[in-house]
Write a protein that binds this ligand. Structure first.
Ligand code: TXA
Ligand code: MG
Length: 543
């Protein structure tokens, strides 16, 4: 149906903004950049114009649109009553990537809300989007500017590819910041509920308005005939042309699996690229979900351009912004997830004195197979001839008189400076990883399903690359300090300086798939029981 002339407009030219506004006021369609993804805009109060959006996108008519405003006052005529929670949220998150659903007023045409008695409203932060809305003087209904079912466009070229010839104009606004669509939050009903996750996270929202529920459709496939709150979640969304499968595995397991299937392409993390033998596109790094969100749709589009037929995607974390990444990717994959190893390897870590050892002990009691990495690091296998020679070369001959290691002397020299610690790690970590690999292989052979690596230096040693999930135990600094003093019989000052030399709670939290406080043992135990039983359920479902 590509028949129309499509104007390409420049976001930096004031006259182009005015042309866009004129087109919109006359009932036309204009694709505009926003901070999330490009939107395909029409005057939200003009039924005919809105119906043309559905036609241009090939969008099912039961999927409602978001109404975009450029001033908080503009929401008043669109809704029946304003919830006090809206003002609290607007103060923190507007303008920005949060869409809020309220009961709609008569003014909003039914075609915008697809017959629902609610309306979704968003105040974008993108300057061009705001300028167009202001110049048009009306609220703009705008879904993502893709052909329905395809990945949302985060770059101008992808909007052009999907919509040139189908709309009146496209404004070139470069690349979008967030890269995934806004968080959709319903304030209809007593409990606030997230219908679609985005870069505004559930944790951030609940800090402002208290408890928020996450709709089941965010992470689960739903029955197409079911009545659901978020119609958008029922369609097979964000699909590239390729058949995508998510591989739920550690970095090592992922690379091995992909390399054993030379016919495929990979949607991986930066750190995997060098090890892969098939064409690969990265969507960020493992512990930076914001980056993953920014890159995901572009990466899917790129794989299409490369002619990918089968794509194996690395599993993202579902934590924080990761939930939005997972939500989009699992739809692109049509909920096809496999766990080729049929087990989970969990990296258990956290700051010193947070309660890791207790967590490891509890998990062993629950039937998990716990590997103690500290023990491996002390094993004679690590300090072989080659290792001892390297240590002598760096720390002095006398750390191993006659080739026999004097641990105390080594510890004193190595831990007295940051550089010394780093060098000790550089020499010993590769050896420790060899030992670790052996233990993992043994656990695998005996059919263990949940393998735990109790590893204080999980990230520093690179042992996290053997894990498909990260479990972090945290505790307030005061408690950690007391524990370290008691455990190692050292002074408060020394304990403080040790804590200072390590990563803090925030570092660990930002990388966690699961996080529990290690303060009260029975609370910790309850948390871990939930985690283990949900992992066992996942294993039953996935494999
Ligand atoms: O970031 C974004 O939100 C982008 C940019 C362009 O603003 N827009 C966007 O629109 O993603 P769209 O149409 O692709 O997705 C809107 C989502 C759909 O999942 C839809 O079902 C849901 O919001 N939605 C809209 N109105 C709703 C309503 N009244 N009740 C429940 N869900 C609604
Ligand atoms: Mg969309």
């Amino acid at each position: 149906m590509k028949t129309m002339d499509t104007l390409i407009l420049d976001e930096n030219k004031q006259e182009d903004i005015l042309i866009a506004a004129e087109i919109l006021c006359a009932g036309g369609l204009v694709a505009i950049p926003t901070e999330t993804v490009y939107g395909l805009a029409a005057n939200a109060l003009n039924e005919q114009a809105v119906s043309n959006i559905y036609k241009a996108k090939g969008r099912p008519s039961d999927n409602p649109l978001i109404v975009h405003i450029a001033d908080l006052e503009q929401i008043k005529p669109l809704v029946n009553k304003i919830d006090e929670r809206l003002y609290k949220l607007a103060e923190i998150f507007w303008p920005g990537p949060l869409t809020i659903i309220l009961e709609k007023s008569e003014l909003v045409p039914d075609i915008v809300s697809a017959g629902l008695d609610t309306v979704a409203v968003r105040f974008p932060s993108n300057i061009t989007a705001q300028a167009v809305i202001r110049a048009a003087g009306v609220p703009l209904a705008a879904p993502s500017a893709n052909i329905s079912g395809r990945p949302s466009p985060t770059e101008f070229d992808y909007v052009k590819r999907d919509l040139f010839g189908r709309v009146d104009a496209i404004i070139d606004g470069g690349d979008c910041d967030a890269g995934v669509e806004s968080t959709v939050l319903s304030l209809v009903g007593e409990k606030a509920r997230i219908l679609r996750p985005g870069v505004v996270t559930p944790e951030q929202i609940s800090k402002v308005i208290g408890e928020v529920e996450i709709d089941n459709a965010v992470t689960h496939e739903i029955d197409i005939n079911q009545q659901i709150l978020s119609p958008g979640m029922k369609y097979k969304h964000y699909s590239p042309r390729a058949n995508v499968q998510i591989i739920d595995a550690s970095a090592h397991e992922y690379v091995d699996y992909v390399n054993s299937n030379p016919q495929c392409m990979a949607l991986c993390f930066d750190e995997d690229i060098k090890k892969l033998k098939v064409p690969a596109v990265s969507y960020g790094t493992r512990y930076e979900p914001e980056k993953q969100a920014h890159m995901l749709f572009s990466a899917l589009n790129r794989l299409d351009e490369m002619g990918a037929e089968r794509v194996y995607a690395r599993m993202p974390s579902k934590n924080g912004v990761g939930l939005a990444v997972y939500n989009r990717l699992v739809r692109a994959a049509g909920f096809d997830i496999i766990n080729p190893a049929s087990h989970f390897i969990i990296g258990l870590t956290g700051a010193s004195g947070s309660g890791k050892t207790t967590a490891g002990k509890l998990m062993a009691e629950m039937g998990c197979f716990v590997i103690n990495c500290d023990e491996i690091s002390k094993s004679p296998d690590v300090y072989d001839e080659d290792c001892v020679k390297k240590l002598q070369a760096y720390f002095g001959q006398d750390v191993a008189p006659n080739g026999i290691l004097n641990r105390k002397k080594l510890a004193k020299r190595a831990f007295s400076t940051k550089e010394g610690t780093e060098n000790l790690n550089r020499i010993t970590h590769p050896k420790i990883l060899v030992g670790l690999k052996k233990e993992i292989a043994m656990a695998e052979q005996s059919g263990e399903k949940i393998i735990v690596l109790d590893a204080p230096t999980l990230f520093e040693s690179g042992a996290d690359s053997y894990c498909s999930r990260i479990l972090v135990i945290t505790a307030p600094e005061k408690i950690r300090l007391e524990r370290i003093m008691k455990r190692d019989s050292i002074s408060g000052e020394l304990a403080k300086s040790r804590i200072k030399a390590q990563f803090g709670n925030e570092f660990y939290s930002s990388r966690a798939d699961f996080e529990y406080e290690g303060i009260n043992e029975s609370e910790l135990k309850n948390g871990l029981i939930n985690m283990v039983s949900s992992l066992r359920k996942e294993l039953e479902m996935i494999t």
